[in-house]
Design a protein around this ligand. Structure first.
Ligand SMILES: *Cc1c(COP(=O)(O)O)cnc(C)c1O
Length: 359
C-alpha cells in the first residue's frame, strides 16, 4: 500500500519527479547544472506569466521560511516601516522575522482562523507611513485564503507595496501579479509545485533589488543571488537534487494545464474529502467558501481525539495533520496537494467512512 501524504508539504511525489531527483550527479559549477538552474528559474517565473524584464526570480537553498526571511530582510530598508497582517501561525512568523531583523513594523492581528479586519487594516495604514504590507496569502494554520487582491487594492491607496507569503498557494491559487501594488512573493518547491524540499524562491520586482540598503545577512541577501543567477552562476552550493525534481515538476505542471488546472484538481479532491467527512458528521472548522483549495480544516468530533484520527488514517496509509498550537485539541487538517490519483481518492473516502462511521 503506497503511503499518501495529506499534510501541507512535503507532498507525495509523482514517479517521474521521484526518478528525476536521483537521475544523475552534478557539480553545481558544470554548465549542465547551470542550464538546469536557468530552466527552473525561468519556469518558476512563467507559472504566473511574470515578465522577466520586470520580475526577478531568485531561487535559494532552504525551506519556505528561508524565502520569507530573504524577502523581508533584503527588501525592507532601515527607513521603511512594514504593516504585518496576522491571522495565523505564518502571519505571526512574518512579524517574528521583522522583529529578529530589526525591521520597523506594526501588526494588525486577528485571532487564528478569523478574517483580517480590512477596515482596521485601512485605518492603521492611513497616515502610518508604511512602505510595505506583509501578508500570508493562504494561511495554512486554518486553510483560510486571505483576500490578496483586496489587500493590494487597499495598500495601493496608501502607497504601500505588498510582500506576500505565497508559500502554500503558489502553483494552485490565483495570485494577482498584474496588480501594481504586489511587489514580491515567496514560495517553495515542495508544496503546490510538487517538488522535493530544499529549494525556496522569491519573485520580486527588479527595482527592489536596488532599493535594499546594506545587507543584513550574507546568505539571505537576494541581490547577491540575483546577480549571480542572472549571470548563470550561483553564490553558494545550491540544492542540486531539488533543482532536478523541480524542473520535472514544473514540466509536469505545464503538461497538466498550469495552475488553473491544479486549482480545479485540488478543489475536486478537497470537496470529495469534505463530502465524505460531512456524511460521517465531521464538520468543517472553516467554511469551504473561505478556504483555499489546498488545505481544509475540520472539527474533531466529540468522543475522538487527534491521536485516534491520526492512527485511523495511518492504518489506511494516509498521513494527516494536527491543528497547530491551541487548535490541536479541536482541529485536524487535510491537504490535497501532491500527486494524488483517482484511486487514492476512492481509497481515502472509504478510509474516512471506516474511521468515522457510526459516531
Ligand atoms: C509551509 C509554510 C511556510 C514555510 O514553512 P517551512 O517549514 O519553512 O517550509 C510558510 N508559510 C506558509 C503559509 C506555509 O504554509
Amino acid at each position: 500500500m503506497a503511503k499518501i501524504l495529506l499534510n501541507p508539504g512535503p507532498v507525495t511525489l509523482s514517479q517521474r519527479v521521484r526518478q528525476a531527483v536521483a537521475d544523475s550527479d552534478y557539480c553545481h559549477r558544470e554548465t549542465a547544472f547551470l542550464d538546469i538552474q536557468r530552466e527552473v528559474i525561468d519556469g518558476l517565473g512563467a507559472v504566473y506569466g511574470c515578465d522577466p524584464q520586470s520580475w526577478a526570480t531568485v531561487a535559494l537553498g532552504g525551506s519556505g521560511t528561508t524565502a520569507l526571511e530573504a524577502m523581508l530582510s533584503s527588501i525592507v530598508g532601515e527607513a521603511d516601516r512594514v504593516l504585518v497582517l496576522e491571522n495565523g501561525v505564518y502571519g505571526e512568523r512574518l512579524a517574528e522575522i521583522a522583529r529578529i531583523h530589526g525591521i520597523r513594523h506594526q501588526s494588525v492581528s486577528a485571532p487564528w482562523g478569523t478574517s483580517i479586519d480590512l477596515q482596521a487594516f485601512e485605518e492603521t495604514l492611513d497616515g502610518g507611513a508604511f512602505s510595505y504590507v506583509a501578508v500570508v496569502h493562504h494561511e495554512t494554520t486554518t486553510g483560510r485564503l486571505n483576500p490578496l487582491r483586496k489587500i493590494a487594492d487597499i495598500s495601493a491607496r496608501y502607497g504601500a507595496g505588498v510582500l506576500a507569503d505565497t508559500v502554500s498557494s503558489f502553483g494552485a491559487e490565483a495570485i494577482p501579479f498584474e496588480h501594481p501594488a504586489l511587489l514580491a512573493c515567496a514560495g517553495t518547491a515542495n508544496k503546490c509545485l510538487h517538488g522535493i524540499p530544499g529549494l525556496a524562491f522569491v519573485i520580486l520586482k527588479r527595482e527592489l533589488l536596488n532599493s535594499a540598503s546594506r545587507p543584513t545577512s550574507l546568505y539571505l541577501h537576494l541581490p547577491r543571488w540575483a546577480t549571480a543567477q542572472d549571470n548563470n552562476s550561483t553564490p553558494f552550493t545550491p540544492p542540486v537534487n531539488s533543482y532536478l525534481g523541480l524542473r520535472e515538476a514544473l514540466q509536469e505542471l505545464r503538461e497538466q494545464g498550469g495552475w488553473p488546472s491544479r486549482q480545479s484538481r485540488y478543489t475536486t479532491l478537497a470537496d470529495s474529502v469534505r463530502q465524505a467527512l460531512e456524511r460521517n458528521h465531521v464538520a468543517p472548522w472553516l467554511e469551504p467558501a473561505e478556504s483555499s483549495c489546498v488545505l481544509r480544516s475540520y472539527r474533531i468530533p466529540a468522543g475522538l481525539n487527534y491521536s485516534k484520527i491520526d492512527q485511523g488514517f495511518a492504518s489506511h496509509g494516509f498521513v494527516v495533520y494536527a491543528g497547530q498550537g491551541g487548535l490541536s485539541d479541536e482541529m485536524f487538517r487535510i491537504s490535497t496537494m501532491g500527486d494524488i490519483g483517482d484511486e487514492d481518492t476512492v481509497r481515502l473516502t472509504a478510509a474516512i467512512d471506516s474511521i468515522f462511521e457510526n459516531r
